[in-house]
Write a new protein. Structure first.
Length: 179
């Protein structure tokens, strides 16, 4: 079986194209590559568009009780980049509703203007095979949700010189929050 080489893009239906466009540009950066009254296409990397918004008429408001997409995750290369983005967004009044080290990733969860979940994350393992082994193991099975953390404290520790690898270590975080 041949698998896709990447996720190319996703499209969200909305009645708030301008608000959605502005929010995603604030969160992810990038540019509008095409827009009209019904569509908006955004790019922020090597893809011609990564996110699009579609408005073909009135839609019902989404609730947490609807079947469908829970969240989309966007990865950063370093913890410094993730926490720098957190700090930049906080300055714009965009705050995460959940900050957690899942084990495989350290993640900040946000809601876009339509209530869709957006996860910003950094990988906790330098090697993919190590991450998969961890996910198959007992520590992850015991607590798949992870350990919550305070991003301002983590950012302060990072800027004080604590190595990223130490801050990304879920076992250390579990010990710190238990005491």
């Amino acid at each position: 079986m041949v698998s896709p080489v990447k996720m190319s893009h996703y499209v969200l239906q909305t009645n708030r194209i301008a608000a959605m466009r502005d929010w995603y540009l604030a969160v992810l950066g990038g540019e509008v590559v095409h827009e009209n009254e019904h569509l908006s296409f955004l790019a922020y990397d090597d893809e011609h568009h990564r996110i699009a918004f579609l408005n073909y008429g009135p839609l019902e408001e989404r609730t947490d009780q609807h079947v469908g997409l829970n969240h989309v995750a966007f990865g950063f290369e370093t913890l410094d980049q993730l926490l720098g983005t957190y700090e930049r967004l906080k300055g714009r009044g965009i705050a995460p509703y959940w900050c957690v080290n899942h084990g495989p990733t350290t993640s900040l969860y946000y809601r876009d203007p339509d209530g869709n979940g957006v996860e910003l994350e950094v990988e906790n393992f330098a090697v993919l095979a190590d991450c998969k082994d961890y996910m198959r193991g007992p520590d992850f099975a015991r607590n798949t949700r992870g350990v919550e953390f305070e991003p301002d404290q983590m950012l302060k520790r990072l800027r004080a010189g604590v190595p990223e690898r130490e801050l990304l270590d879920r076992a250390r975080l579990e010990t710190a929050t238990a005491s």
